[in-house]
Design a binder for this molecule. Structure first.
Ligand SMILES: CC(C)(COP(=O)(O)OP(=O)(O)OC[C@H]1O[C@@H](n2cnc3c(N)ncnc32)[C@H](O)[C@@H]1OP(=O)(O)O)[C@@H](O)C(=O)NCCC(=O)NCCS
Length: 324
């Protein structure tokens, strides 16, 4: 495997035990995740980084067998989460306790993740990272992930919104939900063969941390967005679009605007004052439409792919995701 040899030698390398996360690990893994990002970002109180937003709890709850920890001297000192969206896989957040950085622990945590991507198998795997960090990019390149276009993390204040027609996944009955999951899979398959985010539609509903917006043209599903609200991967008073997609075709640009407006309306209905949505800038049409719709970039990072191809990030792919 690409990650099996290290430039780290002698005392610097720390061999850790890598194992699946269990519920008992969640609180420590969550603390390490906040402290490590907070330390990297220079926060004054790293332990409070990300505030109410949940990543460790939600991803562990969504699928425990895709979550891994690093254990050192009986303590959880790092963790990582893999996710499968059909033919596409991604991982994150990956974190290591700051006093143990540069000891080869992240590299050990990535080995079971990459093994999962090979085993599933996925056509493409990806991640989001800090574009300015040579360390981050080098770490992932070791596992054959290569930099693609920037991903813009955008936001829009939604104090005023146009009223839009849309359905919500949570309003549907059990049978109808199963049908909608297949419609969503069929829509994303048109953009990238085998792409299926049913895992996150289901996890968001099961954990009651948001909802999935469904936009139709007549009876045809033309767009949907998995939205996180309080309790999910978002801060207070913000709706976060974890994934959104619009059916390809001549009307995709207008449908994309309708999908954004539906997310904005849901935000207002649920008392959230802003929508946060990340888009890869390689998806030029979607990125430009978001700018034209009033979204502004609050931060940006780089998307990396394994193998080094641009799949699902083409100029006409109307997809919202940031893989954070
Ligand atoms: C990013 C993070 C997970 C890395 O963890 P880590 O245990 O320190 O990483 P490792 O020691 O396994 O690997 C770091 C690699 O980068 C290399 N590296 C470090 N600085 C580098 C630089 N400037 N240029 C190139 N390579 C560099 C190291 O040599 C090592 O590679 P090697 O194994 O081939 O020697 C950790 O720093 C962290 O938790 N950061 C805060 C949260 C975060 O940013 N998470 C990732 C978000 S995408």
């Amino acid at each position: 495997m690409a990650g099996s040899t290290s430039a780290l030698t002698g005392d610097r390398f720390v061999r850790v035990a890598i194992r699946q996360m269990v519920s008992h690990d969640v609180a420590t893994a969550d603390h390490v995740m906040r402290v490590s990002f907070g330390t990297f970002l220079g926060a004054t109180d790293p332990a409070t980084t990300f505030g109410e937003a949940q990543f460790v709890r939600t991803r562990f709850a969504a699928e425990p067998s895709w979550a891994f920890v690093a254990e050192h001297e009986g303590e959880v000192v790092g963790s990582v989460f893999a996710t499968r969206w059909g033919s596409f896989g991604f991982f994150g957040p990956l974190t290591v306790r700051p006093d143990l950085w540069d000891r080869g622990i992240a590299r050990q945590l990535l080995e079971p993740v990459v093994a999962l991507f090979d085993e599933w198998p996925v056509r493409l795997a990806g991640l989001f990272t800090f574009a300015q960090s040579a360390k981050h990019v080098a770490l992932y390149q070791r596992f054959d992930f290569w930099p693609q276009y920037l991903t813009a993390i955008m936001a829009k204040d939604v104090s005023r919104v146009a009223s839009r027609e849309f359905e919500l996944f949570s309003d549907l009955g059990e049978v109808h939900r199963a049908l909608v999951l297949s419609e969503c899979a069929e829509l994303t398959d048109e953009i990238f063969q085998g792409l299926n985010v049913g895992h996150d539609v289901h996890a968001t509903h099961a954990q009651d941390i948001g909802d999935t917006v469904l936009v139709r043209d007549g009876s045809t599903l033309v767009g949907f967005a998995v939205c996180h609200l309080a309790g999910g991967e978002t801060g207070a008073n913000k709706l976060y679009v974890k994934f959104g997609a619009v059916r390809p075709g001549g009307h995709a640009p207008e449908h994309f605007t309708l999908l954004l407006e539906a997310c904005e309306q849901l935000a207002r209905e649920r008392g959230a004052g802003a929508v946060v949505a990340g888009v890869n800038t390689g998806r030029h049409d979607a990125y430009r439409r978001m700018l034209e719709s009033g979204y502004r970039t609050g931060g940006q990072g780089v998307r990396m792919h394994r193998p080094n191809v641009g799949g699902m990030c083409g100029a006409h792919d109307f997809i919202i995701d940031d893989l954070r």
